[in-house]
Design a protein around this ligand. Structure first.
Ligand SMILES: Cc1cc2nc3c(=O)[nH]c(=O)nc-3n(C[C@H](O)[C@H](O)[C@H](O)COP(=O)(O)OP(=O)(O)OC[C@H]3O[C@@H](n4cnc5c(N)ncnc54)[C@H](O)[C@@H]3O)c2cc1C
Length: 509
């Protein structure tokens, strides 16, 4: 039995309730007492609707039934992200959750494509990707289990209403014994000798004492920053967008199984289709656009009437200098922020929770475990930062001051190396940690017209005609598989995941 017997989670947003659900599921049998404090008066950030495929494993570990979860959170399936106007204005490509084509003789598919493309005989790279062609046609089904079939080598994620997800996990956690307290933390009591947090004081004067605190208080960082003054690594020189405006609107048209990110002159705009509405937002750098103009660009491009007043958000890209400091672990926005271009924040929450569970103190909190946790999370944040930055620098756009800023930027060494290895012969350097695997890098680099000068020489032993025949077969197989795939709306109904309040599904579209 651990000497850590009481945990206090401060914050009831996505981070707080994901943490509460996972810890109560793992440690309930050990008699761990978990208290979550949240303030209705402060509320949550109210955004964060698009996810990465890993969240499925999070839900599965909790024993959550997929259709029930999807109905409860108005969720849709997500096969990837469509990027519009990033390489050049008018361009668009989908970064899919899956591989392109099928590997041949253990060589990467994209190498065959590069050879054929150089000879002017290749179709779009996207045509050899089942999740992309399915997404473009509004279709979805669960991946098949035959690895030699085209409809098997992809993953999928969800797009959901974040407040409904928090509510769903709250009910799960309370069933597992988590105690919820409503109230604002107004003071933090630090141990005069160790400097650890002893307790938090609520507005009504009551106190919550614990051995370990998880700070899920959002951008405020009530424990990790306001109380412990941990410090923040500011990454705005690389990712300078610092504001967003978010607004939901009525959905129009087919229910598409992907998120869209459209590049703008001083940022980019998201579109996230849920069952009952569409989420929209404009992420921008206020140096080059006024708040009014940013709001105008967003509101004038909505597909349907707005369902709420637009909400403005302010942020600074970067990460906490220590994610785990003394007896406080920061998870969620309190740990750091990277813009939602690749829907990574909820994933970083999941990484934080997984590492906390793996390194959970057996007796007392061990500095070696803290160091390991901090190293892992730092790498995870850094890898995501580089991947996001790739979108801004692998581009031919120079039509506004923001795009010219990126053209003149000195890149982090880790990203420079990655681009250099790719540019010579299409090789993607592999990372030890980091969520984005080579197919993701390939999708963005080729999607934004960053073509390597050459391909892997091992491909040259294959005659061009054979390569073409093989790729044509994959293209045809992909199209046949997509034709046999139901629309997302149809699949949601069959799967028992369609919510009753979803107008787009009621219309039978
Ligand atoms: C513009 C934008 C778009 C985003 N889009 C995505 C996306 O598409 N995908 C994705 O993965 N992520 C996205 N994110 C990130 C995502 O929203 C967050 O990672 C996620 O919502 C977790 O937030 P949180 O729980 O850390 O903080 P919050 O939601 O802010 O919750 C903080 C909690 O702490 C409580 N609290 C704070 N102070 C106190 C106090 N003194 N006393 C008591 N309680 C307190 C609040 O009441 C609240 O319950 C986006 C973020 C932004 C800003």
């Amino acid at each position: 039995m651990s000497a850590i017997s009481r945990i206090c989670i401060l914050g009831g947003g996505t981070a707080g309730w994901m943490t509460a659900a996972a810890l109560s599921n793992k440690f309930k049998s050990l008699g761990l007492e978990i208290t979550l404090v949240e303030s209705d008066q402060i509320g949550t950030v109210g955004v964060g609707e698009a996810t990465l495929p890993h969240i499925r494993f999070f839900n599965q570990a909790l024993g959550i039934d997929e259709p029930t979860f999807m109905k409860s959170t108005e969720a849709t399936f997500k096969l990837g992200i469509e990027f519009c106007d990033w390489g050049q204005r008018g361009d668009h490509y989908i970064h899919p959750f899956g591989d392109y084509g099928l590997p041949l003789d253990d060589l990467d598919f994209h190498q065959f494509w590069l050879k054929l493309q150089k000879a002017g005989q290749a179709r779009r790279l996207s045509d050899y990707s089942y999740p992309i062609v399915a997404a473009e046609n509004g279709r979805f089904q669960i991946p098949g289990d035959d690895p030699n079939k085209i409809g098997s080598n992809f993953g999928y994620a969800y797009q959901f209403d974040s407040s409904l997800y928090a509510r769903f996990l709250r009910s799960y956690s309370e069933d597992k014994g988590v105690r919820r307290l409503e109230g604002r933390v107004v003071d933090v009591d630090l141990d005069s000798e160790s400097g650890d947090v002893n307790s938090v004081k609520l507005e009504d004067g009551s106190r919550v004492t614990a051995d370990l605190f998880v700070d899920c208080s959002g951008f405020r960082g009530v424990l990790i920053e306001q109380a412990l003054e941990t410090g923040y690594d500011d990454w705005s020189q690389w990712l300078p967008c610092n504001r967003a405006i978010a607004v939901p609107c009525e959905s129009r048209g087919e229910l598409l199984p992907f998120t869209r990110a459209t590049a703008r002159t001083a940022g980019w705009q998201w579109r996230i289709p849920l069952q009952h509405r569409t989420g929209n937002g404009h992420v921008y750098w206020n140096e080059f656009i006024s708040d009014d103009e940013a709001a105008h660009q967003l509101m004038s491009s909505l597909e349907g009437p707005a369902l709420a007043e637009p909400k403005q958000l302010f942020f600074k890209t970067g990460r906490r200098k220590k994610f785990w400091n003394r007896n406080v672990v920061s998870i969620g926005l309190s740990a750091g922020f990277l813009e939602p271009l690749e829907s990574t924040s909820i994933h970083l929450i999941q990484e934080g929770i997984t590492s906390l569970i793996e390194l959970f103190p057996s007796q007392t909190i061990n500095p070696l475990d803290i160091a390991e946790y901090n190293d892992r999370m730092a790498l995870n944040f850094e890898r995501v930062r580089d991947f996001l930055l790739l979108h801004y620098v692998a581009t031919q756009r120079n039509d506004s001051e923001m795009w010219r800023y990126f053209q003149a930027m000195e890149l982090p060494a880790s990203l420079q190396e990655k681009i250099a290895a790719w540019s010579s012969r299409g090789y993607v350097l592999k990372y030890e940690f980091g969520v984005f695997l080579p197919p993701s890098w390939i999708a963005v680099m080729l999607g934004q017209n960053l073509l390597p000068t050459d391909h892997d020489p091992r491909i040259d032993k294959y005659p061009l005609a054979d390569v073409k025949r093989r790729l044509d077969e994959i293209d045809q197989e992909t199209r046949r598989a997509v034709e046999a795939t139901p629309t997302q709306a149809e699949f949601l109904r069959r799967h028992g995941a369609a919510s009753a309040s979803a107008p787009i599904l009621a219309n039978g579209m």
